[in-house]
Design a protein around this ligand. Structure first.
Ligand code: 4PL
Length: 245
């Protein structure tokens, strides 16, 4: 019996990369998964391969989309036990080439999106007296990786917000943690200049191979399981030891 048997889980960013791997892992552990993505077709394809899963198109930076995501989840499945908030934009821009519009877009999707999705699942979780939330952070908050200053700032916000929220809602049976991957071979990373960094990053890791989305999903699944109930406000760094110093 899987550790997510009988649970309903929302996964944002589920069309590809780490989100898709998390959706697969949660389904393999028995969860009914709601695959959410701004790419509605991609969300549908992710859901189609998972028994009982449904899909919703949602841009996490839009309050109306996020509310509709949770409303549709409650209509289809009756509750929301778990949230894996994975959706984010991963840029590659030297810090002095970032214009204010790009800065705002990263903050809007990565940080505002985290607030909006966490806020939207809170109501039903509080009513149920149970919830598990994981927000995807990044080891860039420890490493200060270059060409990502706005992304690093947004993920620093995700880390700190996660801690603050954990403090406020633990009394309702809800845990809130983050998982911080290192560079991971998602479709997004492989289609960006970050693909050039895999060799260098591998030299910094304790385990010298390319990180895959399936390397991240088990850490998320653990924190979303009922048995992780004594762990909250934490950041679990899943980066092959790149930043352990
Ligand atoms: C180590 O989260 O963690 C590049 C791009 N290199 O997005 C990331 C590292 C990137 C990372 C990340």
């Amino acid at each position: 019996m899987g550790k997510m048997e009988g649970r309903v889980a929302i996964v944002t960013g589920a069309a590809q990369g780490i989100g898709r791997a998390v959706a697969r892992k949660l389904a393999a552990e028995g969860a009914t998964v709601v695959c959410a993505d701004q790419n509605g077709d991609g969300a549908g394809q992710a859901a189609a391969e998972l028994p009982g899963a449904t899909a919703t198109r949602a841009d996490v930076s839009r309050p109306d989309d996020v509310q509709r995501l949770v409303d549709e989840t409650l209509t289809a499945h009756g509750k929301v036990d778990a949230l894996a908030h994975v959706a984010a934009v991963v840029p590659f821009t030297a810090w002095d080439d970032i214009d204010f519009e790009e800065w705002r877009r990263i903050m809007s999707v990565n940080l505002d999106g985290t607030y909006l999705v966490n806020r939207a699942v809170y109501g039903p979780m509080r009513e149920a007296g149970y919830g598990r939330i994981v927000n995807i952070c990044s080891n860039v908050v420890l490493a200060g990786t270059p060409n990502l200053a706005h992304y690093v700032a947004s993920k620093g916000g995700v880390l700190a917000f996660t801690r603050a929220l954990a403090r406020e809602i633990g009394k309702h049976g809800i845990t809130v943690n983050s998982v911080a991957p290192g560079l991971t071979a998602s479709e997004g990373a492989l289609a960006s200049p970050h693909k050039e960094a895999f060799e260098f990053v591998q030299m910094l890791q304790c385990i010298p191979r390319r990180g895959e989305p399936s390397d991240i999903a088990p850490s998320v699944a653990f924190l979303l399981s009922e048995e992780a109930g004594w762990v909250t406000g934490q950041m679990l760094v899943a980066d092959a030891g790149m930043t352990h110093n």
